[in-house]
Write a protein that binds this ligand. Structure first.
Ligand SMILES: Cc1cc2nc3c(=O)[nH]c(=O)nc-3n(C[C@H](O)[C@H](O)[C@H](O)COP(=O)(O)OP(=O)(O)OC[C@H]3O[C@@H](n4cnc5c(N)ncnc54)[C@H](O)[C@@H]3O)c2cc1C
Length: 386
């Protein structure tokens, strides 16, 4: 049992930290305040090859594993930045890699690896069905050499900052399938070629995620947009979930480490009642507690990533890592905010921005209740609630 990173993994961490150092607090504060997309940061990461590390070498990527991807995203969030700006490229890439045709992979992956194309959007969530994905109502009907799509999606991040979008839609109505997880399909939508039938409306939320509502009204997609087999889409999405959980956990751990570092530093400098506030256990212990929780979540996350890279089952570890990491990060966020007192609310300290961002990871891309249901039902064998 060896818990240390390899020299190469340490080098990756340092290299990503060096890129992030060029984008200090003020950069992220301004991007957040303006609701802007961090183009320069994403360009710098792309240039360094960090966004394509999961793409195999034969398609122009670095062909590295989940452990290395986890290190990259943790370091971005630990620096004070937000990996969400570009994480979809790692989260969603797996669907294309594992289930896309050779033609799709040759057509898109090399350009994605070079940063010429962005695959940043993934459209699953719908307003009326939420976490109950198998009941989604967006329909894609085959008409000759095309599919015609009608329905609505909500909270879809970065559609306007993306060239490509993965879309999950029903190709066989729910009433006609025996197993409700069947009959859904994934499409790789080339947003540059969309002629009509797609309206994108920005949806204001409390984090800078460029979320949008999508109104699909007769959107025509060439049949070649289908990824893998028709009807298997939900299975493909499930396949990618372990990777997603590990990567979300890594972003949460990065956030948590940022909060603990900033909280401990501030508590060691600020003096009230004639002593450093960090000497008070009411300030010190929550930060210490959060640090311990983050270390534990990090070990579980690396265990999950190692199993993933070895091609072994890692569902329980990946889910538990996501749960514990997002909780630890939220505890760290609260400890840091409390340590800062009123200054935690002042934009110039960046705590309130990271606080908003950290909360999201308990809820999206999957809520912790769904993770607990997975652990309770799939790991512990208790009865299903849905
Ligand atoms: C900033 C942001 C960005 C997002 N980006 C994307 C994106 O790019 N693509 C995309 O497809 N989606 C995206 N989402 C959507 C996100 O994945 C969903 O919000 C999330 O999955 C929860 O779905 P919901 O909001 O419909 O909640 P609901 O499903 O309505 O659930 C509400 C609450 O009830 C709980 N709940 C529901 N059923 C049960 C149950 N059986 N047992 C216990 N608890 C239950 C849930 O856990 C949750 O806490 C984004 C959301 C946000 C806020």
């Amino acid at each position: 049992m060896d818990f240390s990173l390899t020299e190469e993994q340490e080098a990756i961490r340092r290299a990503v930290a060096d890129v992030c150092a060029r984008f200090p607090d003020q950069y992220w504060r301004e991007v957040d305040a303006a609701g802007a997309y961090p183009d320069d940061f994403v360009a710098a990461l792309t240039e360094g090859g960090w966004l394509s590390i999961l793409i195999p070498e034969e398609y122009g990527g670095a062909g590295l594993g989940m452990t290395e991807a986890a290190i990259v995203l943790e370091e971005i969030n630990r620096s004070g930045g937000n990996g969400a700006a570009c994480h979809a490229q790692m989260y969603t890439m797996g669907t294309l890699l594992r289930h896309g045709s050779e033609e799709q992979k040759r057509r898109y992956l090399p350009e994605i690896a070079q940063g010429k194309l962005r695959l940043q959007a993934f459209a699953v969530t719908e307003p009326t069905t939420g976490s109950d994905t198998t009941r989604l109502t967006t329909r894609a009907e085959r008409r000759g050499d095309r599919y015609v799509v009608r329905g609505q999606k909500t909270f879809i991040s970065r559609v306007r900052q993306s060239d490509l979008m993965l879309l999950l839609a029903r190709t066989t109505p729910l009433e006609e399938v025996e197993d409700r997880t069947m009959g859904m399909s994934v499409f790789l939508v080339d947003l540059r070629e969309v002629g009509g039938g797609l309206e994108v409306r920005p949806l204001e939320v409390m984090v800078n995620h460029h979320t949008c509502e999508l109104f699909l009204d007769g959107l025509e997609l060439p049949a070649e947009s289908l990824v893998g087999e028709e009807g298997m889409g939900f299975r493909y999405i499930l396949d990618g979930m372990n990777a997603e959980r590990i990567l979300v956990a890594s972003e949460a751990i990065g956030d948590g480490r940022w909060f603990v570092e900033r909280g401990a530093r501030y508590a060691s400098e600020r003096e009230v009642f004639g002593r450093k506030i960090g000497a008070n256990q009411g300030v010190q212990f929550p930060l210490a507690q959060a640090h311990a929780e983050l270390e534990a979540a990090s070990l579980l996350r690396f265990q999950a990533a190692t199993l993933f890279d070895q091609g072994r089952p890692c569902g329980p570890q990946a889910n538990m890592a996501k749960l514990l990491a997002s909780q630890a990060s939220w505890h760290a966020a609260n400890a840091c905010m409390t340590a800062h007192g009123g200054y935690g609310f002042a934009r110039e300290y960046d705590v309130e921005r990271k606080f908003r961002e950290a909360k999201l990871l308990e809820i999206a891309p999957v809520s912790n209740n769904m993770i607990l249901a997975y652990i309770g039902q799939r790991v512990l064998g208790m009865p299903r609630s849905y």
